[in-house]
Design a binder for this molecule. Structure first.
Ligand code: ZN
Length: 204
């Protein structure tokens, strides 16, 4: 199973990090070892002083495919969920400055939260207009809608499948809206799609 992640897919998040708006989706991967095991706390790694939460809508691939056209992409998934792309921002900034890959900042153990609650197409009217949010200690820190994505789910599938064969069970992290921020020991992070809780994570 692979985790394919999209960076810079929401305009306001691009400006909060002073990044440039890309001509194509920014793509990176997380290894399967980065998945935070169910019911485990997230442990801040010792090599970072600035781990950020990035709440993201997830798409679960249900069919093998490559070179998928956007108009057929809907056949390759019927579930979406919510997760966190934990990012060691200090490490990422060092790597970015040197033009190096981001894996150490994004792929460490526990850096991928995959919420247990998944929604079927039949449960939500339009996957391209879903509101979601992240609460930190019961306060909303990030809120967005999939309608604000620069590249929609079907376009992302078309784009990434030009490079990577998509396999059953692969998950696409579709990018984060604005409001990313540092996590501290003792924080509780809870993610919602519409009004349903998708995960609740303790930070240690
Ligand atoms: Zn992200």
């Amino acid at each position: 199973m692979k985790l394919i992640c999209i960076g810079r897919n929401y305009a306001k998040h691009i400006s909060e990090l002073d990044s440039e708006k890309p001509d194509h989706p920014v793509v990176f991967m997380k290894p399967d070892s980065s998945v935070l095991l169910r019911n485990n706390p997230f442990i801040i790694p010792s090599f970072s002083d600035d781990v950020h939460h990035e709440v993201e809508v997830l798409v679960k691939i249900k069919k093998v495919g490559k070179h998928i056209q956007s108009k057929f992409a809907h056949k390759y998934y019927d579930e979406i969920g919510l997760g966190i792309d934990f990012t060691a921002r200090d490490i990422q900034n060092q790597l970015k400055d040197k033009g190096l890959p981001w894996e150490k900042a994004k792929g460490f153990d526990g850096a991928a939260v995959i919420g247990e609650r998944w929604f079927l197409k039949s449960e939500l009217e339009n996957f391209n207009d879903i509101s979601f949010r992240l609460e930190k200690n019961k306060e909303i820190v990030q809120a967005g809608s999939t309608s604000e994505m620069l590249w929609k789910i079907d376009e992302l599938i078309a784009y990434v499948s030009q490079y990577f064969t998509l396999k059953i069970g692969d998950i696409i992290f579709t990018g984060t809206p604005s409001g990313v921020g540092r996590v501290e020991e003792g924080d509780v992070l809870e993610g919602f799609i519409e009004e349903s809780s998708c995960f609740s994570i303790q930070v240690k």
